[in-house]
Design a protein around this ligand. Structure first.
Ligand code: COA
Length: 188
């Protein structure tokens, strides 16, 4: 039997407090370049960008920090995670999300913190359907999104990715969200 001791709780608290999440801006461009080129290993880069990327050009870094809804996590001045949603121009209640956490920060809850930010902000911004386009072999992301309320869409749009969808309640129904999450957790 595992006993939860105070040092463990303290370590968990330190881990949680170790990063700071805020909106990204153009001043984060250099940090984003280092994050993509040094923070993400080759496999993580391929899973995040759905293809092999070696270098992060200034242009790509600018595109990654700009946008309506982009969040970055920092450990001091080092960028260690990023997440975003991009609204569908034709259907503003629909948006697609993307996320990546630096290799050595994965498995510590940072992905969950970033995704929680994206879900809350998307809901506040009036998004009702949040999509994640995940590579078929990316089982970790598939488990991750499903744990956070996404479900695979039955229709397959081809290629080597699978679309997952999370339906977000209208803000006046938002109090239901935590209850639904608890219900799903108890069902597992
Ligand atoms: C998917 C991804 C964003 C998840 O980020 P993360 O920071 O590792 O996520 P979390 O730590 O919140 O949760 C992931 C795992 O760590 C575990 N975990 C969470 N908090 C933890 C903690 N404090 N200590 C140890 N493990 C922990 C979770 O149980 C989970 O387990 P799993 O291996 O069964 O998935 C990250 O793996 C990633 O960047 N992947 C590559 C890029 C990618 O695939 N992007 C998606 C493109 S659509």
């Amino acid at each position: 039997m595992t006993t939860l001791s105070w040092p463990t709780l303290e370590q968990l608290w330190q881990r949680r407090a170790a990063w700071r999440i805020r909106r990204a801006h153009i001043g984060d461009r250099a940090a984003m370049q280092s994050f993509v080129e040094e923070g993400l290993g080759a496999t993580t880069r391929r899973l995040r960008f759905h293809g092999a990327i070696k270098a992060c050009s200034t242009r790509l870094a600018s595109a990654l920090v700009e946008g309506e809804a982009v969040w970055a996590a920092f450990d001091d001045s080092a960028l260690i995670g990023e997440a975003r949603f991009v609204r569908d121009e034709a259907d503003p209640e629909r948006a697609e999300m993307a996320i990546a956490v630096a290799d050595r920060w994965q498995g510590r809850g940072l992905g969950a913190a970033l995704l929680g930010t994206v879900l809350a902000q998307a809901q506040r911004a009036g998004v009702r359907r949040l999509l994640a386009d995940v590579m078929c072999g990316n089982t970790r992301m598939q488990r991750f999104v499903q744990r956070h309320g996404f479900a695979p869409l039955l229709h397959w749009r081809g290629g080597d990715t699978q679309l997952y969808e999370c339906q977000l309640a209208a803000p006046q129904d938002a109090w239901l969200g935590p209850l639904v999450a608890l219900y799903r957790r108890l069902q597992r």
